[in-house]
Design a protein around this ligand. Structure first.
Ligand code: AMP
Length: 281
């Protein structure tokens, strides 16, 4: 297992691997890994000779008042998990190396970043696209794998990959869930046992949407009303940030469920903001 911490070393290693004809996969993460992250490493290994997993809690994607300082970390445990999943290289850079003093350059994708998550977190995607572009430039992967769990992030990054002509195969892997359906997330750790029970409301609401669509209800307004009721029934204090029905690729809102419609939602539960989504068609 190689643990790389400097930018120079990861650049040198990536060049060596490429010159040996190795196909390089990249899985960017913020650490505190769970089976969702590990599924991405396993997926990358299927298409590549070697996978580089990165662990970096990226400060530029957090706004003031968000959980940057309390974001859970477990470097030792993460390294072990990556190794168990078959990953051989982990890159753990320092924030001061990624963003040295007087850092000035950012990557900004247009409209796709203004909606859904972008409405509540206006600078979030600028931070995400910047760090991922920097990782692409340092590592020059052949393949990159992101999770459907953060579908807007995947859509934005896919667009950046196309627009900036990165010759990288872009894979979006399915959401891995707990037994009861809650999407795995590093932030689930913030809940007490009782709160954790209520966190299921996002998944149950999405299931309701799927059920209604399957039975022929296609009007998003009607489905949304039911979803709100489901969430409030499970957690009275839940604050629904949004429930949206959009096209998967363009993120254009839709009034009726048609081909390529995805339902996504963000809900604040006991001070923790969770997101989830489900393709409805
Ligand atoms: P994060 O560490 O939260 O930045 O996530 C790193 C990557 O893991 C992103 O591509 C996420 O979409 C993906 N991911 C997070 N949770 C899950 C999950 N439950 N299933 C699949 N992928 C996930």
């Amino acid at each position: 297992m190689k643990i790389i911490r400097s930018i120079k070393s990861i650049q040198t290693l990536s060049c060596q691997l490429a010159s040996q004809g190795m196909k390089i996969g990249l899985v960017p993460t913020m650490g505190f890994l769970h089976d969702g992250h590990l599924s991405l490493i396993k997926r990358a290994l299927k298409s590549c000779d070697v996978v580089i997993t990165t662990i970096f809690v990226n400060p530029t994607q957090f706004a003031q008042g968000e959980d940057l300082s309390t974001y859970p970390r477990d470097e030792k445990g993460d390294i072990q998990k990556i190794q168990n999943a078959g990953g051989e290289i982990v890159f753990i850079p320092k924030a001061s190396d990624i963003y040295p003093e007087n850092y000035q350059t950012y990557v900004d994708v247009g409209n796709l970043t203004q909606t859904l998550e972008g409405e509540s977190r206006p600078l979030h995607f600028k931070g995400v696209t910047t760090i991922v572009a920097k990782l692409f430039n340092m590592i020059r992967p052949d393949v990159v794998v992101f999770g459907l769990k953060d579908f807007q992030q995947a859509t934005v990054l896919k667009k950046m990959t196309i627009d900036l002509n990165y010759p990288i195969k872009f894979i979006i892997a399915p959401t891995v869930r707990e037994k009861d359906g809650l999407a795995m997330s590093s932030r689930n750790k913030y809940f007490s046992d009782a709160q954790r029970q209520e966190a299921i409301c996002l998944y149950i609401a999405l299931q309701k949407a799927k059920e209604m669509t399957n039975s022929g209800v296609v009007e998003c307004k009607v489905i949304k009303k039911e979803m709100r009721a489901v969430i409030k029934k499970i957690c009275k204090t839940a604050q629904i940030d949004y429930i949206a029905f959009t096209d998967f690729d363009t993120l254009a809102p839709t009034k009726t469920v048609v081909g390529n419609t995805i339902c996504s939602l963000a809900v604040r539960l006991h001070g923790v903001r969770l997101i989830d989504n489900l393709k409805l068609s």
